[in-house]
Design a protein around this ligand. Sequence first.
Ligand code: ZN
Length: 180
Amino acid sequence: MLKPEEGVKILLEHLGEDVTRPGVVETPKRFVKALWELTRGLREPPPEVVFFPMEYDAEPGPVVIENISAVSLCEHHLLPIFLSVSVAYVPGDGVPGLSKVIRLVKWAAARPIMQERFTQWLADLLMEKLKARAVAVRVCGVHMCSFIRGVRDEHHNMVTVAKRGDIDVKLRCRRPPLCK
Ligand SMILES: [Zn+2]
C-alpha cells in the first residue's frame, strides 16, 4: 500500500510540480501532518466535560456562547471551512464548564464535514455531552471551495441552524474572520 506521503508526491507531480526542488521536497510530509491535525476529531476522543453545581435554588436559563471559531474541511473538496459557531443550552443537572463546551465544538469540527449535517449532529452531541435539557446551534461557515475556486464568491457565507428540546433564544453568529 502507498504511504500517504507518496500519494501527496504523486499528486504534486500530477499538478506539474518539480518534487525534487528543496522548497517542496518535504512538503508531502508537512501536508500529511497538517491534514492529520485538521482531522484530529476522527481519532481523538471528545474532550471530557466537567460540571459545576448551580448552588442556587433556581433553574438555570439558557446559556449562550457566541462566535466560537473553529476550522473544518469540506468533505467534497478537502478545502478549509472557517466556522463561527454559536450555541445555546439549558443545563440539566450541573452547569458545564465554559472552556469545555468550546473545546467540544472545536473537536467536533476537526474532520471533513458537510455543514448541513454537521449542524444537526453537533446539536445531538451537545445534548448528550452537556447533559442538556435543550440545545440550539447556529453555524456560520465560509467555505474555501466556493470562496477561492468554483463560483469564486468571497462575500457569501452559509448559515445552518439546529434545535433540540424546548429552547427560546435568538442565536446570532458573526461571519468568521478570515484574517486577524
Ligand atoms: Zn466543498
